[in-house]
Design a protein around this ligand. Structure first.
Ligand SMILES: [Zn+2]
Length: 211
């Protein structure tokens, strides 16, 4: 499994192209914009190799590249049921600020629930529902990696003051992550990657969540 890291759009959203090196099949997590580099990387996979566009949640800065990538590749768009409506409403996803209307937003192909799995080549992405930043925020666990969206950041956590945000849910979600067995690389929705063990020891929000 190979993880290519892109920081896309005005908010430098962490976007990840995850490729199964055996089959050449891939998924992209949170394409908040389609940068030139991301476009080249997706094209170089070859035809029909990008299978899924996995969304950790449906805020504008994680979804504005989705439609173009879907049109270009036919990859299926997956989002948790709790953020499904946000994906089709440009005001809730805050996409209106970017002049994006609801009908320009991508339609989801796969609606996710906690514990669902998505197979891409030899890789399996497990869906972990981690509400708090949005009602339908998820983390995807694949091999030794967690794609944590705007739930867990290096030394931080996502904001809970947007519509649908909820601090007590966030605390429960951070606890759920803390209680996973073993260590993982953590690829967040913004800023640098980290590891779960490092966050378990040093992340003040996570420390608060386990009290
Ligand atoms: Zn967000």
């Amino acid at each position: 499994m190979k993880v290519d890291i892109f920081h896309v759009g005005g908010l430098y959203t962490g976007c990840y192209l995850v490729t199964d090196e055996i089959s050449g099949e891939a998924a992209v997590v949170d394409p908040g914009a389609l940068s030139d580099q991301l476009k080249i990387a997706i094209k170089s996979l070859g035809d029909n190799k990008l299978k899924y566009i996995l969304l950790t949640h449906a805020h504008f800065d994680h979804i504005l590249g989705v439609k173009e990538i879907r049109d270009m590749t036919g990859a299926k768009v997956a989002v948790h049921i709790g953020d499904k409506d946000m994906l089709s409403d440009s005001s809730i996803s805050m996409s209106t600020f970017y002049g994006v209307t609801s009908d320009q937003l991508p339609k989801p192909d796969v609606i996710l629930n906690d514990g669902d799995t998505i197979s891409v080549g030899e890789m399996t992405f497990k869906v972990m529902h981690t509400p708090g930043h949005t009602p339908g925020s998820v983390c995807y666990i694949c091999g030794d990696a967690i794609f944590s969206g705007d739930t867990l950041f290096a030394g931080g956590m996502g904001r809970c003051d947007f519509p649908g945000g909820d601090l007590s849910s966030m605390m429960k979600s951070l606890k759920k992550l803390y209680e996973l067995d073993g260590d993982y690389k953590v690829y967040p929705g913004h800023d640098d990657d980290t590891t779960l063990d490092y966050e378990r020891k040093t992340n003040a929000y996570m420390r608060q969540a386990i009290k």
